[in-house]
Design a protein around this ligand. Structure first.
Ligand code: NAI
Length: 717
């Protein structure tokens, strides 16, 4: 609902949507907002307007479900919505009545575009408020004037990075950057400041507007000078040419939105604002109807929200709350888990073999908190309180009363069994009573044998570095109960991570699929492909690092150890490529990045170059494949493994599979994730391409029967 009230001669329009959790621009609110504005413009007793909200946020942006609905429809429909918004926002600017945005809370995307259309912006000083044009992060661009008004206000050099990076800033930074004009310390002061501005500015005119001599109406000025220089100025020209090249290199053409932003700003700033808005609308429709935007919105925004709310949580289980957490092992992972848990207000008992080792684990939190303070991300007053939540110890008795204990000792079955037996009796008998293992490779059902309560034993697999990686892969052992799953998911949500749920299997879901990326890199080497081409293929496909570089990071002795275990368990044969290559490298003492020698050679200045000796081990063939073929092999190899995991019920839902692939091992987000990738390329194309790859390179590519049956379908699931 959009409320309309007047306070003497000022109209106050307040957003208070009841039909959605947040204030958003959608089919319902847009006409209501328009009607409220028209009422104020038409009322002669109203001399100015204040736009605000009664909810915690100002306006969070456009309703992405609305955008998704239009994604499948003809572009003309999307253009209609965009043009309508532009018309409404432009009337704010040209009505002749001063309009102030009283920004009481977060204003993102379309929400901030409302503010930009206003003549003045005053924000309430609230540490939770964020402001920005975040559209590119979901494959869109600001389509309601943002790409045109912000550069006209701040200049090209200041505005472009904000739009291209989709940066969200706090109130003070927004003021420093010029994104808002004033800050108020209380809601009353905010409204007072808004009123005072209206009183002092009778007929405001934006610098890019002028009054038409004939009609007396406000129209866009033709020769508006952009602050700091327009697009043809030396600074402007340099920004656009260097920026475009940089973006091409960064996005590899996989993400169209940033380049469209560049084009949009470049073209728009050369004409008056009215024409510029039409240009922007055209570019907006182009990205908003793209498959990439659809994928990003579906998986990275709506899907992630769903997962964060606990989509995979068993519905019949009562809500649980971990207040006291035990962690066994204060190494890299244990220390990271302690940090994120204490940050969420959980009391942590951090146990290692000695107090010194446990203290060292706690020091990790101290360092991260200090860094956070330096960067303005952590409130200095909260540092001690957070640190006090972590109790380092070498005494298992201190674990008494923990709701949940997570084991993160060395990857060794016997040791894990021993610490499980030691810690389990310490769990609060009336508390939640769950034990989790952070193992990255050992099957959970096997580890659960050491537990007296296998139904309460579960895998809680974090990724390194824990504070940065959003994903937690929760692994159900054969006996794990829904109760334990609920506890693990509730805990994951409390520490603000994204959970996915998988069933026990070798490598679980993420490591199993990730292994195929690294493995296919080695297959390509074996086939005589130039290693530069292999690495570029990975990066061009949208993976964060090439397959050989990432294998170096994992370490070849670890790959060798895991593959060796796979052979022992009968899961793979000795001809397995990862085993063969890793063995060769371990024999040569080239263990990867940690030994400064692997597929690459690492210099002291942190630079790296491919090891020339690769040529002797894997002679290159005269006939090299195209970059596209390398990309196809790398992406399809991961996607078919994800499909197999899905069919085998290793991963339980499409959403978990997609999110796990993007957040867990860096599968490119523009595809929507490793399962959505199949729809992205088309099921039929996927199957045909796999058959061709299988014929050419090996059976590992061969589509499954179930997949073949779906070949004619529009979507895989
Ligand atoms: P780490 O070697 O850094 O730390 C292990 C810690 O366990 C050491 O501080 C050690 O002193 C301690 N420890 C050994 N015996 C103990 C005992 N009886 N009681 C208490 N503490 C004991 O190892 P990291 O990297 O933290 O790995 C821990 C676990 O997490 C392993 O199972 C590993 O597979 C898994 N993991 C590791 C990831 C990584 O990237 N390093 C990612 C995901 C999982």
């Amino acid at each position: 609902m959009i409320n309309y009230t007047t306070d003497q001669d000022i109209a106050i329009i307040t957003w208070e949507m009841t039909s959605s959790p947040m204030n958003v621009l959608n089919d319902e609110s847009i006409p209501q907002f328009d009607a409220a504005l028209q009422r104020a413009f038409a009322d002669e007793s109203v001399k100015g307007l204040i736009i605000s909200s009664t909810k915690p946020e100002f306006v969070a942006g456009a309703d992405l479900k609305m955008i998704l609905r239009s994604n499948d429809k003809p572009p003309a429909e999307m253009l209609k919505v965009t043009s309508e918004l532009n018309r409404i926002f432009r009337t704010i600017e040209t009505s002749g009545k001063p309009t102030v945005a009283a920004i009481n809370g977060t204003a993102l995307g379309g929400g901030y575009e409302i503010c930009l259309a206003c003549h003045h912006r005053v924000a309430l000083n609230n540490p939770k408020t964020v402001i920005g044009l975040v559209e590119v992060t979901i494959g869109l661009l600001p389509g309601a004037g943002g790409t045109q008004r912000l550069p006209r206000m701040l200049g090209i050099q200041a505005a472009l990075p904000l739009i291209l990076e989709g940066k969200k800033v706090g109130v003070q930074e927004a003021k420093n950057l010029g994104m808002i004009d004033d800050i108020a310390d209380s809601p009353v002061e905010m409204m007072d400041k808004a009123r005072a501005w209206i009183d002092a500015n009778e007929k405001p005119l934006k610098p890019w507007d002028e009054i038409d001599r004939k009609t007396g109406k406000i129209v866009g000025k033709d020769n508006f000078k952009v602050p700091g220089g327009n697009v043809q100025s030396p600074v402007g020209a340099q920004t656009f040419s260097a920026g475009t090249a940089m973006l091409m290199d960064k996005t590899k053409g996989n993400y169209p939105a940033p380049l469209e932003v560049m084009a949009c700003v470049y073209e728009g700033l050369q004409v008056n604002i009215d024409r510029a808005l039409m240009i922007e609308a055209r570019h907006f429709v182009k990205v908003a109807t793209s498959k990439v935007a659809k994928n990003l919105i579906q998986t990275m925004f709506l899907g992630m929200n769903e997962a964060n709310k606990g989509a995979s949580r068993p519905k019949d289980q009562a809500k649980t709350d971990v207040k006291k957490l035990g962690i066994l092992g204060a190494g890299l992972m244990g220390a990271g888990i302690a940090y994120v848990s204490a940050q969420a207000g959980i009391e942590v008992v951090l146990k290692d073999v000695s107090v010194e080792a446990a203290e060292k684990g706690k020091d990790y939190s101290r360092t991260l908190l200090q860094k956070g303070v330096e960067r303005g991300k952590v409130d200095p007053q909260k540092v001690d309180g957070t640190l006090n939540l972590i109790k380092p110890t070498a005494n298992a008795q201190d674990l008494q009363g923990c709701d949940l204990i997570i084991e993160a000792v060395f990857e060794n079955r016997e040791l894990k069994a021993q610490v499980t037996k030691e810690a389990e009796p310490m769990l609060a008998p009336v508390g939640l009573n769950v034990l989790g293992s952070n193992t990255s490779t050992l099957p959970i059902s096997g580890l659960a044998q050491a537990s007296a309560k296998a139904e309460n034993f579960i895998g809680i697999h974090f990724f390194s570095p824990v504070d940065k990686m959003m994903l937690v892969e929760i692994i159900m052992g054969k006996q794990t109960s829904d109760y334990a799953l609920a506890v693990a998911i509730d805990f994951t949500r409390k520490i603000r991570k994204t959970p996915i749920v998988v069933n026990d299997s070798r490598g679980f879901y993420t490591s199993r699929c990730f292994g195929t990326y690294s493995g296919e890199g080695m297959e390509l080497l074996k086939d005589g492909v130039n290693p530069i081409l292999i690495e570029n293929g990975g990066k061009d496909a949208g993976m964060p690092v090439g397959p050989l570089a990432v294998t170096d990071e994992v370490a070849l002795d670890l790959v060798y150890k895991i593959a060796g275990q796979g052979i022992k368990d009968g899961a793979i044969g000795e001809d397995d490529i990862s085993y063969q290559v890793a063995k060769k490298f371990v024999d040569l003492g080239r263990l990867g990045k940690k030994s400064k020698a692997g597929f690459y050679e690492y210099a002291d200045d942190r630079s790296k170059k491919l090891w020339p000796g690769l040529q002797d081990l894997f002679p290159q063939t005269a006939q090299q494949p195209t970059l596209d073929e390398v990309k196809t092999r790398l992406l399809y190899r991961q996607a078919i493994e994800a499909v197999r995991c899905f069919e085998e019920n290793v991963v339980r839902t499409k959403l978990d599979a997609d999110l796990g692939s993007i957040l867990g091992w860096g599968f490119p987000a523009y595809t929507g994730g490793a399962i959505s990738f199949v729809d992205f390329v088309g099921v039929d194309t996927f199957v045909k391409t796999l058959d061709r790859l299988a014929d050419q390179y090996g059976e590992r590519f061969r589509p499954t029967e179930a997949l073949r049956e779906r070949a004619g379908a529009k979507t895989l699931v």
